[in-house]
Design a protein around this ligand. Structure first.
Ligand SMILES: Cc1cc2nc3c(=O)[nH]c(=O)nc-3n(C[C@H](O)[C@H](O)[C@H](O)COP(=O)(O)OP(=O)(O)OC[C@H]3O[C@@H](n4cnc5c(N)ncnc54)[C@H](O)[C@@H]3O)c2cc1C
Length: 486
């Protein structure tokens, strides 16, 4: 039986580990933290409260994440919603929902009624959408290696300022964790092509109905059942390379472990630190890793003494807060049994738990936590009248300065492939070459691609990567030959 060592128990490492275990490899997975899931996980606060390391959502077009959840028995822990609700500070509501028309017209009914945009805004958006549709998501001028920014592309498409602020920016800053002037247009256009145009189910939003760490319960059992091992609190400290092949990896107390292949599924800066400097210098793909920049996300958690909304989630327009998730509705009425059992009086008094998300939150990084809480509370009270009389019994702010890699124009040039020029060394991670942005889907794709590379090099190639959602409705009639699977 061939053996593989996977370093990193985030989604990329778990996807690679599960895929390789399924194909008969003995998998040993080493994770430095006491839990699995990496950035897409949850943990317990000192007061006993379970919090996600920020809300994570998926979309209908994320076919590989969907496949991964199915393999590890987590499909029923994610609930999909068909309706997206937007609220502006004037209290105007807008809804996006598929109607009876086939793709690409499935959203036209709700878009026509979308109150926060004027007719001129909608006409300009419709024109840009038509360009994306006509070219099956590949308009000319956006596929060059250096890329162009999404903002420049929108200006070329003569978008109104309000269409940019209240439509393109709202969707893309959340989806890609970056401002439009720092986002490669290819990523932005892909979001609209895959999620909103080509298939009427692509936009459906999947939200976990359990704390994130519970999504990975099945991974450990799966790997162990196939004769493998998952070791937590096991940080890899170094890589030993001889004659351009890995001979072992190093742990504390000079412990060494070896295998037939090694998948490094750690963040790119961690990988650079582990790599011997002479190997990094000699390899162009490794030398360019520092050109991949990071972008922040801030999560703000509010516990109120009464119900302030019955919506599962809401997008706010023209505010610092971008999304409000109603964790009480998503998790069920009692998300905090541990805290209540611990006798935490504030938690016991809380009747509704909301989680707010602010992507590309550069402006908040230096702000004191109380200032962020005050700002967000003001905006929530403005948007949700029932929150005006409610007492905030508890609040937490989680700033993630390096939440995702920044999808800057041309960033794909610096993302290495999963197979490397060093023998036995493979890479996984949302930052590797998948053509997807930093998402759970991108991480799982990278893990599957790494597993494919391992089996290919071993002479018994297997396929794990799932096809894209593909076109349906009227789109399937004319775009079949244009759709490029990534
Ligand atoms: C706040 C926030 C919100 C997000 N929201 C969304 C969302 O809504 N939807 C979405 O699709 N994506 C979202 N993302 C992005 C998503 O979380 C990531 O793209 C994905 O989880 C990355 O997975 P990964 O396995 O590539 O990396 P990671 O999750 O970073 O995994 C790397 C793992 O390696 C481990 N490790 C590091 N060094 C070592 C070492 N020396 N030895 C052993 N182990 C080591 C780490 O502990 C970690 O577990 C969000 C990210 C953040 C931070």
């Amino acid at each position: 039986m061939k053996s593989v060592i996977v370093i990193g128990g985030g989604l990329a490492g778990l996807a690679a580990g599960v895929a390789l275990a399924e194909s008969g490899w003995r998998v040993r997975l080493f994770e430095q933290r006491p839990f699995l899931g990496g950035r897409a996980t949850s943990y317990v606060l000192p007061d006993g409260e379970h919090v996600d390391n920020c809300q994570h959502v998926t979309l209908g077009c994320c076919t590989n994440l969907d496949d991964f959840y199915r393999r590890v028995g987590s499909t029923n822990k994610v609930k999909f919603f068909d309706r997206l609700l937007f609220l502006d500070p004037q209290g105007r509501k807008g809804e996006m929902e598929a109607g009876i028309l086939p793709a690409p017209f499935h959203m036209t009914g709700s878009f026509a009624k979308f109150a926060p945009l004027s007719l001129a805004d909608k006409i300009s958006i419709g024109r840009a959408m038509f360009t994306i549709l006509r070219t099956s998501g590949h308009p000319s001028g956006v596929d060059s290696p250096e890329g162009i920014s999404m903002l420049d592309w929108l200006k070329q498409q003569r978008q109104t300022q309000r269409a940019i602020d209240r439509f393109w920016r709202v969707v893309l800053v959340s989806a890609l964790d970056e401002e439009l002037d720092r986002t490669d247009a290819r990523f932005g256009i892909d979001v609209f092509w895959k999620a909103f145009l080509c298939n009427s189910r692509g936009y459906r939003m999947g939200v976990p109905v359990v704390p994130l760490s519970e999504l990975y319960d099945g991974c450990r059992a799966f790997i162990e059942k196939k004769g493998g091992e998952v070791a937590l609190r096991s940080a890899v400290r170094g890589i030993k390379i001889e004659n351009n092949a890995i001979s072992s990896i190093l742990f504390d107390n000079n412990r060494e472990e070896s295998a037939d292949a090694y998948v490094f599924a750690v963040p790119h800066d961690t990988f650079s630190e582990l790599l011997p400097p002479e190997i990094a210098d000699a390899n162009l793909a490794f030398r360019n890793l520092d050109k991949i920049k990071d972008a922040p996300i801030t999560g703000v958690h509010f516990w109120f003494d009464r119900e302030v909304t019955d919506e599962p989630f809401i997008t706010l327009l023209d505010t610092t807060v971008q999304w409000v998730f109603n964790k009480t509705a998503l998790f069920g009425p009692s998300p905090t049994p541990a805290a209540v059992k611990n006798g935490d009086s504030k938690t016991a008094a809380a009747k509704q738990y909301l989680q707010l998300v602010i992507s590309a939150s550069y402006d908040l990084l230096q702000k004191p936590r109380q200032e962020i809480i005050d700002l967000c509370l003001k905006e929530v009270r403005q948007a949700l009248p029932a929150a005006r009389d409610a007492n905030l019994v508890k609040a937490t702010v989680i700033k993630e300065a390096t939440a995702t890699f920044s999808p800057q124009p041309g960033v794909d040039r610096w993302r290495p492939t999963q197979q490397t020029t060093v023998e036995k060394l493979f890479l996984a991670g949302d930052w590797t070459a998948t053509r997807w942005p930093a998402t759970m889907e991108g991480a799982v794709r990278s893990g599957y691609l790494a597993a494919e590379a391992v089996t290919r090099v071993a002479g018994a190639p297997k396929q794990f990567l799932q096809p894209d959602l593909g076109a349906n409705g009227l789109v399937s009639l004319w775009s079949r030959k244009h759709i490029r699977s990534t």
